[in-house]
Design a binder for this molecule. Structure first.
Ligand code: SAM
Length: 278
């Protein structure tokens, strides 16, 4: 079942949290010169038109990246800077934001000569668009991202950064993500793993947290944002798990999310803590 299309949701409040955590991890890992193997297990199509029929149907970017963009002058000297730089580069012109970059684009912005990026995307048209965008620096595989990741570990680069961002169309995805993380961690314990999940009125996402609490993986940071005015049903927030975050990552991500949480911004409250300590 591949009915999910990220074009309906690109640039929403969840993307802002996810891409903040991703860019912060990349920036912090770049303080050391050794190469990083990057994997994006559910990549999407890399570039989204915020004026498209799909994006306008939901209008989700209006309460996400458009709010961030309005705050940009207050955020210039913060960890939001690389985020604002890429948005400005993609939206040069009259100051209106019409294009939003997906996760492969955020990864690619940081790639150095010794780093590598492998992306997985199963949806035929998303995968085709991704391949058209990718160029030579980015490997695009039309394979299952969870199985594909395990097949690529351990990588030849000394360091590892993985983003796992499924659409959770299937309830079993929560368990599959937990199992995949545990297997990947057995192969590469020093890797930094970022996992996105929705916060739902059903509470289904707790399956993922419960599986990880009782498993072997240590040092898992959990960041959640909760909408101040949530819908009665469905997604009321967005969560990120970060395994092996660089030292100081928690404080810096906390500051980033505080910067944009108010009523003028994403209108959310942020919670941060260790799901599993060291
Ligand atoms: N990571 C993207 C970003 O941040 O811009 C968004 C990804 S979207 C939430 C999830 C993507 O996973 C969709 O494009 C979907 O087609 C793709 N997908 C679904 N099942 C997959 C699988 N088993 N393996 C790889 N990709 C899959």
């Amino acid at each position: 079942m591949l009915s999910y299309l990220h074009a309906f949701h690109a640039g929403n409040f969840a993307d802002i949290q996810k891409h903040a955590a991703l860019t912060l991890a990349l920036s912090m890992m770049h303080s050391k010169p050794s190469g990083i193997a990057c994997f994006d297990t559910h990549a999407g199509s890399a570039v989204y038109d915020l004026g498209s029929e799909r994006a306008r149907k939901t209008g989700e970017a209006d309460t996400g990246v458009q709010k961030l963009w309005q705050l940009r002058e207050h955020l210039l000297s913060s960890d939001w800077q690389p985020v604002l730089e890429l948005l400005a580069r993609l939206n040069a012109g009259d100051g209106h934001l019409t294009t939003y970059p997906g996760s492969p684009f955020w990864f690619r912005q940081f790639l150095r000569a010794d780093d590598a990026l492998t992306t997985f995307e199963l949806h035929p048209s998303e995968s085709e668009q991704l391949a058209g965008w990718a160029g030579q620096k980015v490997r695009v595989l039309r394979e299952d991202g969870l199985k594909g990741l395990l097949g690529q570990l351990p990588p030849k680069q000394p360091r590892l950064l993985v983003l796992i961002d499924p659409s959770y169309e299937i309830k079993a995805d929560y368990g599959s993500v937990a199992k995949t993380l545990q297997k990947a961690w057995q192969k590469c314990r020093h890797g930094v793993y970022l996992i996105w999940y929705p916060v739902l009125t059903s509470g289904l996402e707790e399956q993922l947290a419960d599986a990880l609490r009782s498993g072997p993986v240590r040092k898992i940071l959990r960041s959640e944002i909760h909408l101040n005015h949530p819908p009665e049903r469905g997604m009321t927030g967005s969560g990120m798990l970060v395994v092996n975050p660089p030292w100081g990552f928690d404080e810096r991500l906390g500051a980033m999310m505080d910067d944009v949480s108010g009523a003028d911004g994403l209108d959310v409250r942020h919670e941060l803590g260790w799901l599993v300590p060291e």
